[in-house]
Design a protein around this ligand. Structure first.
Ligand SMILES: Nc1nc2c(ncn2[C@@H]2O[C@H](COP(=O)(O)OP(=O)(O)O)[C@@H](O)[C@H]2O)c(=O)[nH]1
Ligand SMILES: [Mg+2]
Length: 539
């Protein structure tokens, strides 16, 4: 693990104690935070990460020594079925595979940052998405990312449902997704809209304009306006800097008002040292001058860094757990309970899935009777309130309600109420009948298994769909090529015929020439006849 020092004092416009205090600190263990970068190639993601952590963490495309520093690949998908993932394929240039679709990979970088002011640690996990947006059909990218995020949610759900918790369980949920909009200057592209919309279901999506120095101030203003209006028009639920006039303190309201007004963040990033006014900083040198990435007049880099790693870190984590994960969990468990209103009493032959979970548990129960089914149904229902965050899953207390600084958290307050129970106390409570406890045990043992099975089944189905689609595309391409080949053959035939005719014509032409000569001769003769006859007449 790498260690770096980050100090809010040098880079932070909001170097306020209150902002720092909001981040729950555990000096010994450190705060864990995970974010993902997403966006088309060349939008400045890698440079941004490297600038953020003051290290050359993410290699550049085809970087010479990149293979030494290859990141950990968490998952990858390649429609061509190539054995290499998008990240290693990008490490070196291979002319053999350059025509292949890159697919997508999710790669992980871990870094430990130490806050200069109080030596508190931040264990940062950064996920990169090489290959995103580079495919002919980017559906694979959405699928792979959503699948990965769902997997992390599922493992937390499975862990929460267990009666015996794994003390070494690691929460790998992603707390924020920085989406780098392609800096076209013309608003959002279809890919941007689609991605942000789909990922917002699981992630706190923060739109970012990378390479902001490629715009003039007026162009940047217009671009930001267009993005804001596109976000509203397409109803994209990105992360919002909202506030509650009644509940929030004056400083928070002011801070969030300001952050909301400058959305989306427009950043300039660089790993290079530049000297500006005698001070060494990170920046970009141009023939006409230098840009300091920390200069708030040209770049929101410092602001974004302080929001992400300081002032809003806890809010992003809270929203992930209290709202995004909660919505997912509710959806998952509701699908189980709603489909189980009529629980079959006989053993099911279907493979285990969340939808037939109740049937499986019922069939495994010791005395399968109606009363028992009722209890199971009740226990399934109550499992929604039983599953509670484990201490290791969320480093905030279970009773903490999301901070009211975001729109999403206000939605959460209306729809989700924290449960009064925790799993362990329910399981051992003497007031719960033995029968129901055994049902709960079955449930607790079955849920992780069915979740895993469902995940695999859905992945398999998605792969099958993609395979079918690519097979169809391939057969279409083959048909088109065959058609073209026939056309070319016909053309070849025609050309050969024309050539033949041409030759014949050449032969004819020489004949025509000879006729022509004859004709000329005739004409000459005629002429001579005419002139002779005139001469005769004159005579
Ligand atoms: N002008 C400008 N160029 C940048 C900026 N950030 C990155 N770049 C350049 O853009 C290119 C692609 O950057 P990279 O970080 O590899 O993009 P990625 O493909 O999204 O990871 C590189 O040549 C970078 O030096 C920026 O803020 N301004
Ligand atoms: Mg990159």
């Amino acid at each position: 693990m790498l260690t770096d020092t980050f100090s809010f004092s040098t880079t932070n416009m909001y170097n306020k104690e209150s902002a720092l205090l909001r981040r729950k600190k555990d000096v010994k263990k450190g705060t864990k935070f995970t974010f993902m970068v997403c966006g088309a190639m060349g939008t400045g993601k890698s440079t941004f990460i490297n600038s953020l952590v003051h290290q050359h963490l993410v290699p550049k495309r085809f970087e010479h020594n990149a293979s030494d520093s290859l990141p950990k690949t968490l998952s990858f998908f390649n429609i061509e079925g190539a054995a290499v993932d998008a990240s290693s394929a990008r490490a070196s240039f291979d002319p053999e595979s350059v025509h292949l679709e890159p697919g997508i990979a999710i790669t992980e970088y871990n870094i430990e940052l130490v806050d200069g002011s109080d030596s508190s640690k931040l264990m940062l996990t950064i996920l990169d998405t090489p290959g995103f947006g580079d495919n002919f059909d980017n559906e694979v990218c959405f699928q792979e990312i959503s699948n990965y995020v769902e997997n992390q949610f599922d493992s937390v759900l499975a862990e929460e449902t267990r009666i015996r918790r794994n003390p070494r369980f690691e929460d790998t949920r992603i707390h924020a997704c920085l989406y780098f909009i392609t800096p076209t200057g013309h608003g959002l592209r279809e890919l941007d809209v689609e991605t942000m919309k789909r990922l917002s279901k699981y992630l706190n999506v923060i739109p970012i304009i990378g390479r902001a120095d490629s715009f003039t101030p007026s162009e940047l203003k217009l671009f930001k306006q267009r993005i804001v209006s596109d976000i509203a028009r397409y109803n994209i639920p990105v992360y919002q800097f909202t506030y509650d006039e009644d509940e929030d303190d004056e400083e928070t309201i002011k801070e969030n008002k300001f952050l909301a007004s400058i959305q989306p963040f427009a950043v300039v990033a660089s790993e290079e040292d530049v000297i500006i006014d005698g001070v060494t900083t990170k920046g970009r040198n141009y023939p006409w001058g230098s840009v300091d990435i920390y200069n708030p007049a040209v770049s929101d880099f410092a602001l974004l860094k302080s929001v992400l790693l300081g002032s809003h870190l806890q809010d992003l984590k809270d929203l992930t757990h209290d709202f995004l994960y909660e919505m997912y969990r509710t959806e998952r468990l509701t699908s189980v309970t709603s489909e189980n209103s009529g629980i079959p009493s006989t053993r099911t032959r279907e493979p285990p899935s969340l939808s037939n979970l109740a049937a499986i548990t019922a069939s495994q129960s010791i005395t399968p009777n109606n009363e028992n089914d009722k209890i199971l149904h009740e226990s399934l229902k109550s499992s929604e309130s039983i599953v509670q965050p484990v201490d290791s899953i969320s480093d905030k207390s279970a009773s903490t309600v999301a901070t009211p600084t975001s729109k999403q958290s206000s939605v959460f307050r209306k729809s989700v109420s924290p449960s009064k129970y925790d799993g362990a106390s329910i399981a051992s409570s003497p007031t719960i009948p033995q029968q129901q406890r055994s049902q709960l045990r079955i449930l607790s043992e079955t849920v992780p298994y069915v979740l895993k099975h469902e995940r695999l089944a859905s992945r398999q189905q998605k792969l099958q769909e993609l395979e079918n689609r690519s097979a169809k595309e391939l057969s279409l391409r083959a048909a088109a090529l065959e058609k073209k080949a026939t056309e070319l053959k016909l053309r070849e035939k025609m050309l050969l015929k024309q050539l033949e005719q041409g030759k014949q014509l050449d032969g004819n032409a020489s004949e025509v020439d000879s006729v022509h000569i004859k004709k000329e001769e005739t004409l000459t003769n005629l002429h001579s006849i005419v002139s002779n006859s005139t001469e005769d007449g004159q005579k």
